[in-house]
Design a protein. Structure first.
Length: 243
């Protein structure tokens, strides 16, 4: 039997037997299960119990106060800026976690499903672990291509506030970075992906602000990002080169 899965404004259709471990399923906060043409009945409540049994419905409440997403095409420097920003926050004794989201989905799964579903479930688990230790700020590197992906990040992290920073550079520079970084079998594919992904991000326009990451020190880029995101304040002795 088909059921409609409602997560905020996102409508997905799943089967009861598919509720566990499919690409389309994500453990969002506040899911409600409704039969297509009927009100919620005893049968739908039993289905909700099935989801709760498998840990698919979590207690509401923000786990993360601030989520800063670092987006950009391949070769924009997302991972490098993520690490540098984490170093700056650490030197300032600001509790945080830094996650490269793609690393949580590196796998070849035996099912036909893609890796994105388990990647976001992994993200949720990691954030819950950090939250249990009092971490309320999260840096996340990910090329977010559309509003649906942005909502996936927001929901998996249970973020109260979200800021998106896009790193930019010329396509030629990004292609050269990827070519130098990727020396394996998929190099040609990755290099070709740079311009295509850049066009996707241009059309999506999901960023709150953009920062150039070309021909300037990495620490300066990370410092500007944290400053614009409101994670740090500029003091009279602040010097990005000495952070």
């Amino acid at each position: 039997m088909n059921w409609k899965l409602t997560a905020y404004s996102r409508q997905l259709t799943v089967r009861e037997e598919d509720l566990f471990g499919v690409e389309e399923y994500m453990p969002f906060q506040g899911y409600a299960y409704e039969e297509h043409s009927e009100k919620i009945t005893q049968r739908s409540r039993a289905n909700r119990g099935f989801a709760e049994k498998h840990g698919m419905i979590k207690n509401p409440g923000a786990l993360t106060e601030s989520l800063l997403i670092i987006t950009g095409s391949m070769g924009a420097g997302k991972t490098s800026v993520l690490g540098e920003a984490s170093d700056i926050l650490t030197l300032r004794h600001i509790a945080h976690a830094a996650i490269d989201l793609d690393a949580l989905g590196v796998a070849h799964l035996p099912s036909a499903s893609g890796n994105d579903g388990v990647m976001y479930r992994n993200l949720q688990s990691v954030c819950e672990n950090y939250a249990s230790l009092g971490v309320r700020k999260l840096l996340l590197a990910r090329a977010v291509e559309n509003h649906a992906e942005l909502e996936l990040c927001r929901s998996a992290v249970s973020a109260k506030g979200v800021v998106v920073c896009r790193l930019t550079a010329s396509v030629g520079t990004m292609e050269q970075r990827v070519k130098m970084r990727e020396s394996g079998l998929s190099q040609r594919e990755y290099v070709a992906r740079v311009a295509k992904l850049n066009d996707v991000l241009d059309r999506a326009r999901l960023e709150d602000f953009a920062i150039s990451n070309e021909n300037r020190p990495l620490s300066e880029v990370a410092y500007e990002m944290l400053l614009k995101a409101g994670w740090i304040s500029e003091g009279p002795t602040d010097d990005p080169e000495k952070l």
